[in-house]
Design a protein around this ligand. Structure first.
Ligand code: 5GP
Length: 229
């Protein structure tokens, strides 16, 4: 009856640092084979526990700027004095293959994606409270206090941008938040603007076959309907 777009869905997930976006996305990816998480490039230092090519591609500032000049990024932004950017090539390939792609990026980057791909899906993840956010940020112990305060200040500003997104998910219960994100992605697939084509059915043929079916008594069909057929 309908043919839906084969193209994968581009999903942008933002939220203040410490809201738990990465943990949510990790779980969503594990449960859904058809969703791919884009690995960004950054000029920030690698943190303890992170891996090259898994969390980020770690570049020097100069390397990053060279790639900007070479049009390597779909979008990039400066965040807490470091560059972050989304490599373009693999994303286009994945979307063309019908695979959904998640970008976990900050707000300036998300705004650029909105301009480039207005039909992308924008989800904002919020922590349950500001107090909990500060607790989560300081609990990481991967950064000094000054950096934590800087991130907390940025997070505060970011929260005001929530209304620019399509959906908001409060992460007070991890499993519940994961389930909400999955449901949003599923619902998005059913949007009518993902219909590429309405397929013309062979209506007359179907009615004819139905009339020929001997299980039914055709004498009960009114003359008017017969004429229409
Ligand atoms: P973190 O240093 O905590 O890993 O990331 C800092 C912020 O940069 C987070 O909000 C994260 O989502 C965002 N970020 C990560 N990759 C990208 C990217 O490719 N582009 C943009 N614009 N932001 C990114």
């Amino acid at each position: 009856m309908i043919k839906q777009k084969k193209q994968g869905q581009l999903i942008v997930i933002s939220g203040p640092s410490g809201a738990g976006k990465d943990t949510i996305v990790e779980k969503v990816i594990k449960k859904n084979e058809n969703i791919w998480l884009s690995v960004s490039a950054t000029s920030r230092k690698i943190r303890k526990g992170e891996k090259e090519g898994v969390n980020y591609f770690y570049l020097t500032k100069e390397e990053f700027e060279e790639r900007i000049d070479n049009n390597y990024f779909l979008e990039y932004a400066m965040y807490a004095d470091n560059y972050y950017g989304t490599p373009k090539e693999e994303i286009i390939k994945k979307l063309d293959k019908g695979i959904d792609v998640i970008l976990v990026i900050e707000i300036e980057g998300a705004k650029k994606i909105k301009e480039l791909v207005p039909e992308a899906l924008f989800i904002f993840i919020l922590p349950p409270s500001e107090k909990e956010l500060l607790k989560r940020l300081s609990g990481r112990q991967t950064e000094d206090k000054e950096k934590i305060i800087k991130r907390f200040n940025i997070a505060y500003q970011e929260i005001n941008e929530v209304t620019k997104y399509n959906y908001v998910v409060v992460n007070d219960d991890l499993d519940e938040a994961v389930s909400k994100v999955e449901s949003i992605i599923k619902a998005e697939k059913c949007r009518v603007d993902r219909i590429e084509e309405m397929l013309v059915s062979n209506k007359e043929e179907l009615i004819h076959e139905f009339l020929m079916d001997e299980e039914f008594d055709n004498s009960l069909i009114s003359e008017k309907i017969k004429e229409e057929i």
